[in-house]
Design a protein around this ligand. Sequence first.
Ligand SMILES: Cc1cc2nc3c(=O)[nH]c(=O)nc-3n(C[C@H](O)[C@H](O)[C@H](O)COP(=O)(O)OP(=O)(O)OC[C@H]3O[C@@H](n4cnc5c(N)ncnc54)[C@H](O)[C@@H]3O)c2cc1C
Ligand code: SF4
Length: 521
Amino acid sequence: MEVIVLGSGPASMFCALALVEAGAHVCMIDPGEVLEKDRQDVLHTVQGVPKARWTSDVFRMVKENTNPNTKGVPKKLVYGSDFPFRWREDDVEVRQEGVDTLMSHALGGLSNAWGANIFPLLPGDIAEWPISMSALDPFYRRVCEYLTLAGVEDDLAEIFPLHATPKGLPVSEQARLLLEDARANRSELRRNKMFIGRSRLAVRAQECVACGLCLYGCPHQLIFSASHLLPRLLTYPNFSYRSGWLAKRISEGHDGVSVEIRSVSDGAQETCRAEKVYVGCGAVNSTALALRSFHPPGTSAHLLDSQYFLTPFLRMRCSSGVLDEELHTLSQLALEILDPALCDRSVHVLFYTYNDMYTRALTGMLGPLAGVAKPFLKAFLGRLLIMQGYLHSDYSGQVRVQLDTASQGHEQLLLTPVENERTKTMVRAIHRRMRRMCRTFRGLPIDPMCHIGGVGKSYHLGGSMPMSLAPQGLQTDLLGRPIGLKSVHIVDASIFPSIPATNVTFTAMANAYRIGKETVG
Ligand SMILES: Cc1cc2nc3c(=O)[nH]c(=O)nc-3n(C[C@H](O)[C@H](O)[C@H](O)COP(=O)(O)OP(=O)(O)OC[C@H]3O[C@@H](n4cnc5c(N)ncnc54)[C@H](O)[C@@H]3O)c2cc1C
Ligand code: SF4
């Protein structure tokens, strides 16, 4: 069977793996933006080289152009580059009005820049889905055969099954102390239906040299990116990768599917044909492609979000050596709140311990006073953690997606927010709960400094074409097929019926693999 897979992000890559393993002939089509050659050359200098011998060029290049402030990082970059987010569809102008999200035209998609948190769904968050946890379970396991799960078997294993034997990343001192305090109060946590443990991350833990650069880009490329799967796919004789092309329109006829594609370099157009097409262009791009291909002009779609909030969390116990500690700077701990008295959906909170962006943001805020404040700053940073909480889509806004004709041959992709009045109320309630439990955590959220990310900013979008047993309108069937189509499958988070507070990508990879597996062979 000849099939086309659109995109090379996590969803497309795992779908393609299932397809090639089943013997299908897969052509992956993708714009394929990659890191600039000069930056790749700097990265090559550290491969196999101990951290102590990395040159200053490496640190300079990795941190270049990243300017954190007290609200976070205004523009997320990787190795100082914006390549994961560069827009290559020249005939489409993107207008985000009150929405702040990112789309990718890169090899590996947004996983070049992600935080690598991989928790599966919780049963309470999948209750209304037309597929069950047991249907997804084998595919979570399959995904774990292609990436390394960093984590440990701890209290979180009571609610999240472990789909592989995890390898532990070094835990930071601040995280160790918080865990120690929380576990000493385990019965209080249980009364509040809270579970805390080490984060689960897609990172090759055993090779980590604790250089602390994770949020800028790992020099050893240990943080999983879907682009890492391309060499493996290329070992299959029945797989080919066509980089530099974008899908513009899909149509299905009696003899298969046609995909009109456009070159990102010179705008040349071609039509490709296959028996089936799998669409994993990322939630916004897949939605736009489906609107253009399958629905009357003027149809709009709504993407669900899982909005986040960032709140400084001040601990009573100080870790004195944080500024010099060798550590990783991805999320260290995860707290799951499953108390229906607080929220009928799970609340997912990640704890980030020290990273040098805190020092940079605070010294930037203090300006000339930073020198005088240095001794206090050290004591403050030793107590400071950042809580990044995520809400279920029932408590988050939505992004309205609309395609308009701008001028002859040009389109406008308009993204506008639909706010959810429950978002702020829920964030306040979570803070109240954490304040009430300050003895348990031996720390307090500084909620006046809380920043709620705007609609779309979590980058955990999906749900515009939800799977349903009886699809209507923009909905799809259990294999991601829009109504009336037999051979076009949407495989990314656009087909999720809801967006859980726990991260989306692990489930997107597992579900895409499931669809690949269940549609061939
Ligand atoms: C800063 C940041 C942190 C994140 N942290 C986490 C986290 O910790 N955990 C988590 O679960 N998720 C996280 N995410 C979200 C995660 O990255 C995405 O959920 C995931 O990458 C989505 O995978 P995808 O395959 O659906 O799409 P993408 O990763 O968006 O990939 C889309 C692919 O489609 C291709 N494409 C686009 N348009 C077309 C077209 N017209 N034709 C052909 N190909 C096309 C692109 O080139 C790309 O290869 C984060 C995202 C960001 C930006
Ligand atoms: S600390 Fe982060 S950036 Fe450094 S080697 Fe480990 S994973 Fe990579």
